[in-house]
Every structure is written in structure tokens, then in C-alpha cells.
Design a protein around this ligand. Structure first.
Ligand code: GLU
Length: 311
């Protein structure tokens, strides 16, 4: 039987302009799927309402076109799919995978017993686990609608990442996480699983800042009885100090480069060269990188941005 063609996706959040880090992940996701004649979907993750910026979805779509990164079929917007997320949440409630949580962020941070994860984020101290007999009781305690947290019921989550290799997560470090926020909106972890499954996505290539999220998403897939896609987490773009690109490294937004008259071929050519995909630095289109593309060639270290598109 012929191997199944991959189905991948680009899943940007329209929270502002896209920058070099996003472009590199999108380029790799595009190349990895297109080089094997697969299908690439575009899903706009516009759920996180306060962070979603008006007009940025349209800009994002235009930017992808300018870069030469095309996609198949209609664009999906998460904001139009709340019914699907609600159904999945109901299933998790019925199965007892989630519990209502009355804690505010501040209460979690203040909880004396709250240990801190290596990355400085707060680990949820399980305050509300087995605490309330109903969602209403939790909401009453919180004096506003409660959120729903997913409970890890195993000490570890293992999986094989297509780029990072064997991964083993200690779930006590990740701790129980929110799948539905107290404004009733599905949290990223739930929405992304429901959508990737509903869209038949077989491979997820994205930045390795989301590696922890893969562990959370895998337990949701399993609880909902859905097939887990293959994950491929690629190193991020970093500044000269080795830290993830941020404002202090200068403006790396696509808007800025476009204003500076940098061409899309310059950006793509530099990203390909700096990622180890080409032997010399030259301008090119994503299409021109397809021939001979192999994700195994990708440098395993973060790609360093030194402020210019030079070797
Ligand atoms: N929308 C997420 C982001 O822009 C990415 C989600 C994903 O690739 O799973 O960070």
C-alpha cells in the first residue's frame, strides 16, 4: 500500500505582526509537507480574545502570500468553532478527566506550596482537585464562573518527537492545566487538539517552545479517543545572547523588513542557509528549496539572528 500523504498545518495566532521566528517555523512546516506532496492547511488561532489584534489576520494572510507560502482549502478560524470545543469539553467532564477550578492566577502564585517549574512559570498546586462537588459550587467559591482543569492521571508522558527524539515529561512539573477558561472560551490546549483532529492533521511542525504543550495535548487526544499526530518541534530563532528573539534584539517583524525593502527571497534564502538547508547563501523562493529538502539537514541548535541577512 502506498504511504499516506501527510497533512500539516500553519496555525498562527493573529496577535500582532509576524516576525522572523514565526517565518522560519512556517517555512519549515511548508517545506516538510510540500516536499512530500502533502496537504497544508491554514488555521487562524483567534481565540485568545484580549490578545487578538484587529486586522492582524488579514495581514497574516497577506504576509504568507508575500513570502510564497501557500496553503490548501479554506482558512479555518477558531473563533467560529466554539461548538466543537464545547462538545469535547462535555466529553471530558462526563469522563471525569477535568475538574472545576476556582483559583485566580494571583491565588496560584501566592499559594505557599506552589513549586516553580524550571522556566519560572507557576506549577498549579492542585488546590481544586477533588475539592468541589459541582461546577456551580466552584463558581460560587470563585464568585465568578470557574474554569476547567485537565487532571494528569499518570506520572509521565512519553513520545517520540520527529526532530527532538525521545521525550519524557514528568507530569508533576507540568501540573494540571486549563482546558476551558473562566470566560467560557476554550483554552489553546483543547482547541488545538480538537481542530487538528477534526482537520485530519497527521503532522504538527512548530517551534520547540511548544514542546511542553505537546505533552498536554497528547493526554487530551488520548482522553478523547483521537489519533495523536506526529510532532516535530524545531529550535527557535535566538538573538546573539542565545535567548529567544524578543524586542531587545531589534525589530524582526516582517513589516519592518518589508519597509526596509528587504525582498522575500532574501529572507527565505537567509533562513534556509542559516538553518543548514543550503550550502551557500543565496536569494530563493520556498519553491526552489523543495528539491532535495530533508528535515534531517536542519541544524539542531537555535538559529542566531545577528541583525542582518548575511552569512
Ligand atoms: N497558535 C499558536 C502560536 O501561534 C501555535 C499553535 C500550534 O502550532 O500548535 O503560538
Amino acid at each position: 500500500m502506498a504511504p499516506k500523504l501527510p497533512i500539516g498545518r500553519l496555525a498562527p495566532s493573529p496577535t500582532g505582526v509576524i516576525h522572523l521566528g514565526n517565518i522560519r517555523s512556517f517555512l519549515l512546516a511548508w517545506l516538510d509537507v510540500r516536499s512530500r506532496n502533502g496537504t497544508l492547511l491554514l488555521r487562524v488561532e483567534d481565540l485568545d480574545s484580549p490578545r487578538v489584534k484587529k486586522g492582524s489576520a488579514a495581514q497574516l494572510i497577506e504576509d504568507l502570500q508575500w513570502l510564497g507560502l501557500d496553503y490548501d482549502s479554506e482558512i479555518v478560524f477558531q473563533s467560529q468553532r466554539t461548538v466543537l470545543y464545547q462538545h469535547a469539553l462535555e466529553q471530558l467532564i462526563e469522563q471525569g478527566n477535568v475538574y472545576p477550578c476556582a483559583c485566580s492566577r494571583r491565588e496560584i502564585e501566592l499559594a505557599a506550596s506552589a513549586p516553580h517549574a524550571d522556566d519560572g512559570s507557576t506549577v498549579y498546586p492542585l488546590t481544586c482537585y477533588q475539592r468541589f462537588s459541582s461546577y456551580e459550587a466552584a463558581s460560587e467559591q470563585a464568585q465568578r464562573p470557574a474554569c476547567w482543569r485537565f487532571h494528569f492521571d499518570q506520572p509521565n508522558v512519553d513520545f517520540e518527537d520527529g526532530v527532538c527524539g525521545a521525550i519524557n515529561f514528568d507530569t508533576a512539573r507540568l501540573s494540571d492545566f486549563v482546558v476551558s477558561k473562566n470566560n467560557g472560551e476554550a483554552a489553546y490546549q483543547l482547541a488545538v487538539v480538537v481542530d487538528d483532529a477534526a482537520q485530519g492533521v497527521t503532522e504538527v511542525l512548530r517551534g520547540d517552545d511548544l514542546l511542553d504543550s505537546a505533552a498536554r495535548q497528547i493526554v487530551i487526544y488520548r482522553a478523547l479517543g483521537l489519533d495523536v499526530p506526529e510532532f516535530k518541534h524545531v529550535p527557535l530563532v535566538a538573538g546573539e545572547d542565545g535567548k529567544r528573539l524578543a524586542k531587545r534584539h531589534g525589530d524582526t517583524s516582517l513589516q519592518h523588513f518589508r519597509q526596509q525593502q528587504v525582498s522575500s527571497q532574501q529572507i527565505i534564502g537567509w533562513l534556509a542557509y542559516a538553518s543548514g538547508l543550503t550550502d551557500d547563501l543565496h536569494e530563493c523562493t520556498p519553491q526552489q528549496l523543495l528539491d532535495g529538502f530533508d528535515l534531517k539537514k536542519l541544524r539542531q541548535q537555535p538559529l542566531i539572528w545577528r541583525g542582518e541577512f548575511s552569512a
